[in-house]
Design a binder for this molecule. Structure first.
Ligand code: TYD
Length: 225
């Protein structure tokens, strides 16, 4: 983000990729090093967006069609951006977000069969210039991810509207995340989520340290002008 000093990192991937664990570990690591960190998630992250989250994940909006769902995700995202993310970045906070705009491209766009132009138009309004500096895509084969998610689901609540879908759909989403990464290699890093938790955490730490190094250099040269 050109107009802010914080760092905006989004985490993406299919079910059971281990995003929450890695977000927690990265947040702890950054805080230990004296950074101010905000952990947030989508859909949700602001009071308005959390209200929409319930509508989306309960499946209440499903009968109104994918377009309606895509607009609701975008509405929630815009509220989250303007209410929480943009102000945090302006205060030089590191924002770690569990899912962001790439989830809409993949879930509503690719597996929801909405035209890319339609999704991109919604995204422009939703993010309003606030694009992640870095996106970590935790990549896992659908079967492995679903098995993990199933184990988790047996101890937590019932699967949400998007978790119930078929294996083929999940595999298609995996491919779609990889396509985004290939199209935007500057922003996106694909991480093999089948590695051990420690290995993944170390890989993520390396990527973020590098980004922070780059951010520091940019801030210093800006200050020098
Ligand atoms: P959540 O319970 O937060 O789980 P997880 O990220 O661990 O899968 O569920 C969010 C669900 O919403 C998830 O199935 C993906 C879906 N989703 C979309 O379809 N589009 C979006 O833009 C976002 C942010 C999420």
């Amino acid at each position: 983000m050109a107009d802010a000093n914080g760092l905006f990192v989004s985490f993406e991937g299919g079910e059971g990729a281990g995003k929450s664990t890695q977000i927690r570990r990265l947040a702890e690591r950054l805080r230990e090093r004296g950074h101010e960190v905000l952990v947030t998630r989508e859909p949700g992250g602001s009071p308005g967006a959390e209200a929409v989250r319930h509508v989306l994940l309960s499946g209440a909006a499903e009968m109104f069609g994918t377009r309606m769902e895509a607009i609701l995700f975008a509405a929630a995202r815009n509220d989250h951006v303007e209410d929480v993310i943009r102000p945090a970045l302006a205060r030089s906070i590191i924002v770690l977000c569990d899912r962001f705009m790439d989830s809409s491209r993949v879930y509503q766009g690719v597996t929801g069969n909405l035209e890319p132009d339609y999704i991109e138009a919604l995204q422009r309004v939703a993010v309003n210039g606030v694009v992640p500096d870095c996106t970590l895509i935790l990549d896992i084969p659908a079967a492995v991810g679903l098995e993990r998610a199933r184990k988790r689901a047996s101890t937590v609540a019932s699967p949400d509207r998007f978790e119930k879908e078929e294996m083929q759909t999940h595999e298609k989403r995996r491919e779609a995340f990889l396509d985004i990464a290939a199209r935007e290699p500057e922003r996106c890093h694909v991480i093999d989520a089948q590695k051990s938790e420690d290995e993944i955490a170390a890989e993520i730490a390396g990527i973020i340290d590098k980004r922070l190094g780059i951010a520091d250099i940019a801030a210093r040269s800006e200050a020098a002008q």
